[in-house]
Design a protein around this ligand. Sequence first.
Ligand code: R1P
Ligand code: URA
Length: 174
Amino acid sequence: MGGVPSISIYVNELIQSYDVQNLIRVGTCGAIQKDVKVRDVILASTSSTDSQMNRMVFGGIDYAPPTASFHLLKNAYDTGLEKGLSLRVGNVFTSDSFYRDNTKELLILLDQYNILAIEMETTALYTLAAKFNRNALSVLTVSDHMITGEETSSEDRQTTFNDMIEVSLEAAIK
Ligand SMILES: O=P(O)(O)O[C@H]1O[C@H](CO)[C@@H](O)[C@H]1O
Ligand SMILES: O=c1cc[nH]c(=O)[nH]1
């Protein structure tokens, strides 16, 4: 999608111009934990980050952790189970960098602290949803594995990524 600055514009405008109540991000992520597989669907219950956004907003306070709406999370979880998806719920890491020099060291740290996967937007979505008292959820399909190097093919992306879209739409209307 384009990272924290980009999603922050979308979320601010969806809320302030269109009064959107439920914001669900569907996107991809790179798995970190060994038992998270490509094509798994991750429901981000919470998000850690290296983005400066929350530091700018909260100064010295660690506003943590930005969290999903329980209602949307539960609906998405129930729907995903009904559809037989391989679902994971947990902490994701929202990074400001896709390419970085210290990837190896970062992955060891994130793995040790049970972070499931890396992506680039969830923290901003959850923090803004909290600010405006809206419901938010990130639903992420694992497109590649940061440790094993396994990747989804373009056919995979077209077919399996539909599952997370269906889960998200049903979670919003349940
Ligand atoms: O699948 P999308 O939504 O684009 O999200 C992921 O893919 C992008 C990186 O290629 C980042 O924005 C990351 O969060
Ligand atoms: O490895 C990945 C895959 C998707 N999105 C990311 O930010 N990283």
